[in-house]
Design a protein around this ligand. Structure first.
Ligand SMILES: [Zn+2]
Length: 332
């Protein structure tokens, strides 16, 4: 069963919201569009892996749609961890096509576009194994549970090329995943954890999961001045709506909206900062009336601290879910 459903990659949600806030011919837009397609390709590969895991949809298997966990001063990311009483599987999906050469010295892809070297996914997944082992130790959890790293190739055109029998132990094509897991379950027949311990580890994994928010400056080299603030027209690129008699109106196409501020405030929390005051909201949306801003803030049910004029509103607790719901609404 899924303990955490797989979210749409945060970089996709971020870039998708960012592009309409840049001037229509901004030079960064092609890079952001490439970023979306590259992250979506990885996401589709991971969803393909999930499709081949549906037979595990029972209470014995705790499946996570991606986790990012702290390790020393940094974080490590596992595509699909699966926790059971017998072992923990660490699945790393690669959506690369063509001939994939897993020689001990280097990993390379030979495809229609030519030959190219990449980081070896086996090395990567084995490092995740060490990091997860370390994470279990840090949390004083049973380290006797076998950790099994496995690279899953989700692209039907992928061909595994290797002379090393060990490689075939650690790499499989997605259509063979079910067989592979059945073999593993036979191999690791003994229960190491109790159901109670499996639940405890699941809970701690969820608590420690820390999604990485991209940053307009550090991740994409943009400055805050590049971002158009306010409520935007969904039809006219980077055009701000004007508020008249409780309604948002586009000065170009006259599109009306009663709640365009909702999406604008989500973007504020995504691109500006995680807190918002009445004054900051008025500046951002270009409205003068304190009462209007208060009404909008109250209608959003945001968590808040402080009283009256000193009140500070915070990013909603289900912020990521709201971003994903908006993305799906706009794409549908
Ligand atoms: Zn418009």
């Amino acid at each position: 069963m899924y303990i955490k459903p797989r979210p749409i990659p945060l970089n996709v949600l971020f870039c998708h919201a960012l592009i309409p806030r840049l001037s229509p011919n901004h030079p960064k837009i092609p890079q952001l569009e490439r970023e979306i397609s590259s992250y979506m390709s990885g996401y589709r590969g991971e969803k393909a892996t999930e499709f081949h895991l549906t037979f595990l949809d029972d209470k014995k298997h705790h499946i996570f749609g991606g986790l990012r966990l702290p390790h020393e001063q940094h974080y490590f990311q596992i595509d699909t961890p699966i926790l059971t009483r017998k072992y923990i599987l660490i699945l790393e999906t690669k959506n690369m096509g063509g001939e994939l050469d897993f020689s001990p010295e280097q990993f390379s892809q030979n495809s229609f576009y030519g030959k190219k070297g990449y980081k070896n996914p086996i090395v990567q997944v084995n490092r995740h194994k060490e990091q997860l082992q370390n994470w279990l130790e840090t949390h004083k959890l049973p380290v006797t549970i076998p950790l099994i790293p496995l690279v899953v190739l989700s692209n039907p055109s992928a061909i595994i090329k290797t002379d090393e029998p060990d490689v075939l132990q650690q790499v499989c094509k997605v259509e063979n995943l079910k067989n592979k897991l059945t073999n593993l379950t036979n191999l690791y027949a003994k229960d190491v954890l109790t159901d109670r311990m499996v639940k405890k580890i699941s809970m701690l994994l969820l608590e420690d999961d820390t999604p990485l928010f991209p940053d307009i400056e550090k991740t994409y080299g943009l400055s805050p001045q590049d971002i158009v603030p306010g409520a935007l027209c969904p039809k006219c690129p980077s055009t701000k709506l004007i508020r008249r008699d409780r309604i948002w109106i586009c000065p170009r196409c006259l599109t009306h909206s009663i709640d365009a501020h909702n999406d604008a405030i989500l973007d504020y929390f995504l691109f500006n900062k995680t807190t918002l005051t009445n004054k900051e909201l008025r500046d951002y949306l270009g409205i003068d009336c304190i009462k209007t801003a208060s009404r909008i803030l109250v209608s959003l049910n945001l968590p808040s601290t402080g009283q009256n004029k000193g009140r500070i509103y915070h990013r909603p607790l289900d912020f990521l879910e709201q971003l994903e719901a908006r993305y799906k609404r706009i794409k549908s």
